[in-house]
Design a protein around this ligand. Sequence first.
Ligand code: PAF
Length: 284
Amino acid sequence: MKIIRYVEELRQELKTHRCNKKVISFVPTMGYLHEGHLSLVSYAKNNSDVCVVSVFVNPTQFGPNEDFNHYPRDEERDIKLLDKENCDYVFIPEISEIYSEDFSTFVLEKKFSKILEGEFRPAHFEGVTTIVTKLFNIVQPDFAVFGQKDAQQALIIQKMVKDLNIPVQIEVRPIVREVDGLAMSSRNIYLSKEERKEATILYRSLLYGKSLIERNEIDVDLIKEKIKDFIKQSNLAKIDYVEIVEKDSFEKVKFLESGKAYFILLAVRIGSTRLIDNFVVQVS
Ligand code: PAF
């Protein structure tokens, strides 16, 4: 596996592969890799000739009071893990390699970037769409792989790629969970022992929501209220949102319809750690 720190160096390497008609896959990450990331890398590797992973904690997607400075970083460990997955290139640029001092161009998706996560993190998705566009332009992969845990991010990136005719296929892969159901996330490291135990409330409340729907509850406001009440049983949990939307359109509905699929989406703070999770539920 080659470790690359400069845009030009990566471009040169990949040019050769592209000329040789190799299929190039790409997994963008912010590092501090866990099994969730590695499942994306393994999918990418198994379905391409050349697998590129980026490790870059992107400053533009963090709000002024968010955890950019504290976001966990362990380059050495990330490199070892990626090497084990037989990744071909890991791209680890410095911030200055990506954002020049006079950087002034951003990419903004306008329909889905202000709802849900966007309501609580106003500039977040603009930072994400900007960095992902830049990385797509640098790597020019045939396909890129994203995790379902960030369902709204995946939707926005798919929309951006379609709207801007970016020639890349987007693959979205399932959430990987700890044995007790907690969705894997680099931010789980922030949780104290007690908070870590309580954090399963997200998964348990999703299971509860799913069970309501399986018992033919179709009133969305009622399901949301019941899920919120369930979460409130934990005195460490503070709800940012509980939402139910149509799976493909992210449109809100009042009543669930049979034959359709929906996302139950949650953002919950456990102590000072903000966690998100979701389930797709198919209504029978
Ligand atoms: O999902 C993430 O880790 C980040 O938002 C991404 C896609 C790597 C962009 O910085």
